[in-house]
Write a protein that binds this ligand. Sequence first.
Ligand code: GLA
Length: 376
Amino acid sequence: MHSLASKFQALFGVEPEIVASAPGRVNLIGEHVDFLDGFVLPFAISDVTTVAIARNSTGVIRSASLQKEGVINTVDVARLSPKSGEAWTRYPIGVLWSLEINCGLDILIDGQVPLGAGLSSSAALECAMATAINELFDLKLSLSQLARAAQRAENIYVGMPCGIMDQSVSLLATQGNALLLDTRDLSTEQIPFDIAPLGLELLVIDTQVHHALVDGGYAERRASCEKAVADLGIASLRDISVAEFVSRKSELDEKTYIRAFHGVTEMQRVLDAVALLKAGDFVGFGEIVTAAHISLRDNYTVSCPELNLAADTANKFGALGARMIGGGFGGSAIALIKAKDSELIKSEISSAFMASKFKSPRFFSALPSSGASVIN
Ligand code: GLA
């Protein structure tokens, strides 16, 4: 029996009917374009969130988490409404709401994706739930439909206007590959990212600065990009080349222009980066990764001093490229490094953080892992 199943039994007095898990992610390139019909290139990490679930006949959803010992949160299924309930329960319950499940359930969560580290712990939880519910109720939904349902839970039930990247990769990832996702139609291509034999490593630097994306910065920037689309009278920023966008600068106010400029150039960077990866040009790929950081820092303005210091120090000590990932304002940075430089780069980043009186960063090495799965 999965260890979560025995804990479930101890807590709720019955065996779970289903156990499923889903991973967090890092994103190689394509940041803040997954709500603009853009391309993104994330991969799933090996850290997963696992849920164990059984139906009950009480009409009540009872949620518990190994990370919140002693708390069982209850909510009446008849009273599910967006943004109600304890903040941490909105992710799993939002998925039930989104999939229109109207039955009492007992839920136990084990979240091993670090919270607030920009590694998409929320999508991991949503996708573990969606996977479990799809199987338990035999809904026969495709992975893309589950991704949309999980996104709807986060957009409406949680109230965070995220795009579709995190949920898609958590469900669709395959081991050894990054996922090239077209967020316009959810078509995908698996791009091999097997860097260890080349002596390379993808270092993740968790700055330990915790972000709260539900707070306005993310939504406000998304709104600027949508304003650019409206002001330019186009269907999507995907439909305009960088050159044409620049030529129409005078039609946009300054803030709208610079934020949308990030979006338009980032979409092009993803395509360029994929071409370089396919050609095995990791030096060129690393340069694009760093260019994305500069645009997120200076144009889209979602970086922070800790993320900048992590990326700059990695580059200074030999990284091929480095950048912040995810929503920003904290969380993690990635650096593509030579494995032999790993200890040096980690120690230089730690020293630089100490000298700046920042919290000590945490490091780990990320390998492309599999997407969500039913465990039993
Ligand atoms: C968060 C959101 C994603 C995406 C990234 C930025 O992780 O959940 O949808 O927009 O930020 O690329």
